[in-house]
Design a protein around this ligand. Structure first.
Ligand SMILES: [Zn+2]
Ligand SMILES: [Zn+2]
Length: 95
């Protein structure tokens, strides 16, 4: 048996608020899925518990942040958010 090393997150689902996003084996590897019945929300990466504060058209983003990879820093879970790809943001800023 493997996967016991993945600790529960206890992080509330941003969509239904009833469940939490917990580690689960997905078809293509581990994912973090909502525990509530009928809620299909899941994240491909582990949520950090932080909230994205990236400015959007209608105010701060507010979506959950998820863990990044070796090459990508922690990033926003919302596919529509520019902070979804923070490594590209940094490049675009041209610093
Ligand atoms: Zn949910
Ligand atoms: Zn965001």
């Amino acid at each position: 048996m493997t996967g016991c090393d993945i600790a529960p997150t206890g992080i509330a689902c941003p969509d239904c608020g009833a469940g939490t996003l917990e580690p689960k084996r997905g078809r293509f590897g581990p994912i973090h899925a909502c525990t509530a019945d009928g809620c299909g929300t899941w994240l491909p990466s582990r949520p950090t518990g932080a909230i994205c504060g990236h400015p959007r058209d209608d105010g701060p983003c507010g979506a959950l942040m998820v863990e990044g990879t070796k090459t990508i820093p922690d990033r926003c879970s919302d596919r529509g958010c520019p902070n979804r790809n923070p490594h590209r943001l940094a490049r675009a800023a041209g610093a």
